[in-house]
Ligand binder design. Structure first.
Ligand SMILES: [Zn+2]
Length: 453
């Protein structure tokens, strides 16, 4: 079926232009001039709305199979579509089994069919003892591998040591895929927590939690990863950078032309430690949200292009695991849910700081597509790319109503926040999947690796 979308603001990688996007067989056929008209097919006039390429979230914990009570393919992809995402890349942990073997990857594939409102792709795991699974997982289509340099918070996924990485990185390098690393090491955190306990620190205070995860834990991990990257020339991606103090070393690594890439998350760019109330465990995540000057420095990292991309690290859990009744930052699950609101959260702060929408699209669509190696068909509005399109009103404002979020457990630190920018409708490979607050049609998401065509 043929379709056209006319807009004065089509956000391409070359800038914003007026034009008509022609869609044919789920892909963008061409971009014509604004006065182009086609006799047949469905014609959408986006008027003053911006047309963005569908966002790609390279860091989502969907948790299914095994912990569907926390989140699942249906709820996560609904939340994603409502937030302007057309492709989610699922992390290999918190689900059971972890995606550390080809069998586990197959279980994921068997589970999501018919449930996904966005397209999907999968990261595999690097855990102690699965070195022999790395090449088979790559052959089976994972887009890269995730590892933890500290305890990940669930018992069935194990952290790696430097020795484990020495075994795994040459194999990952052989695949050409990236190794994604949770960059915190345990030492400085164990010391900090012991010192806090020795002085009887109050764990309902956010300041206690922040002190328990000092930036040295991130710095030390990033140094290890840069050194190993230099040794093995394995593509290395730092997930959810929080400590801006690491930016200098990351910049040096880039200058040295090491294949290191960096992501940060909307919550590090939107919130600051000074404003987080005590007992408000919905803000708990790891690494933690740091002070406002750190937040400013992260924005500078985006400006300098030391930080490549923004991913949500959407990591939900049932409300009881947030221990809201006790308000203890020690016992609460660390993870922030944000899929439906990440684009407006980032746009609110970015536009206030002088960035433009093409920057946001680079951070949240183009660069994540490149990280996952799906950039020949996703992450841009250009001929030949999947017709994944978002109609976005950059000026509309709204207050986040937790009752209207689409993930399984609708609580988030963004509740009650006034945000700028509204997703009006979302098209997945040429079919409208979300419009004016409603989901349309059957869940049509497929795995990108096995997309038709
Ligand atoms: Zn994560």
């Amino acid at each position: 079926m043929k379709q056209t979308i006319r807009s004065k603001h089509i956000v391409t990688h070359e800038g914003i232009r007026a034009g008509v996007i022609r869609i044919e067989d789920q892909r963008i056929g061409s971009i014509e001039s604004y006065d182009y008209s086609e006799a047949a097919g469905e014609q959408i006039d986006a008027a003053d709305l911006f047309v963005l390429p569908g966002l790609i979230d390279s860091h989502v914990h969907i948790n299914e199979p095994g912990r569907t009570a926390w989140e699942g393919f249906e709820t996560a992809t609904r939340a994603g579509a409502a937030g302007g995402y057309t492709c989610l890349i699922d992390m290999p942990l918190n689900c059971i089994p972890s995606t550390a073997t080809v069998d586990a990857l197959q279980k994921k594939r068997d589970t999501f069919r018919g449930k996904a409102h966005t397209d999907l792709a999968f990261w595999g795991a690097v855990v102690p003892g699965n070195v022999d699974e790395i090449i088979p997982l790559a052959r089976e289509g994972v887009r890269g591998f995730k590892c933890f340099l500290t305890h990940p918070g669930t018992d069935e996924f194990e952290m790696v040591t430097k020795a484990d990485l020495r075994r795994a990185m040459p194999k990952v390098a052989e695949t050409g895929l990236p190794l994604l690393a949770h960059a915190e090491v345990p030492g400085p955190m164990i010391d900090a927590s012991a010192a806090l306990d020795a002085t009887g620190a109050d764990w309902t205070r956010y300041a206690t939690y922040l002190q328990s995860r000092p930036e040295e834990a991130e710095l030390e991990a990033i140094r290890i990863l840069i050194d190993l990257c230099r040794e093995y020339r394995c593509r290395t991606h730092i997930v959810h950078l929080s400590a801006a103090a690491a930016l200098h070393e990351l910049e040096d690594a880039r200058r040295e032309r090491l294949p290191v890439t960096v992501e940060t998350c909307p919550h590090y760019l939107f919130f600051d430690a000074e404003s987080i109330p005590d007992r408000a465990t919905q803000f708990k995540c790891a690494p933690p949200i740091r002070g406002s000057s750190n937040r400013d420095a992260l924005w500078q990292g985006l400006r300098d292009r030391t930080i490549d991309l923004i991913a949500t690290d959407h990591s939900p859990c049932p409300p009881e695991m947030k221990c809201f009744n006790v308000g203890s930052f020690r016992s609460a699950w660390g993870g922030i849910s944000s899929l439906s609101v990440s684009l407006p959260a980032v746009w609110t702060e970015a536009s206030r700081r002088g960035f433009v929408i093409t920057d946001v699209v680079r951070w949240m669509s183009e660069a994540p597509a490149r990280l996952a190696g799906i950039d020949s068909r996703k992450g841009r509005i250009a001929a030949g790319f999947d017709a994944d399109l978002v109609l976005f009103d950059p000026n509309a404002e709204f207050t986040v109503d937790a009752g209207r979020l689409h993930f399984r457990h609708p609580f988030t630190p963004y509740a009650g926040k006034r945000l700028r920018g509204k997703v009006k409708s979302v098209m997945l490979r040429g079919s409208i999947c979300f419009a004016e607050g409603r989901f349309q049609g059957c869940p049509g998401g497929v795995e990108v690796f096995t997309c038709p065509g």
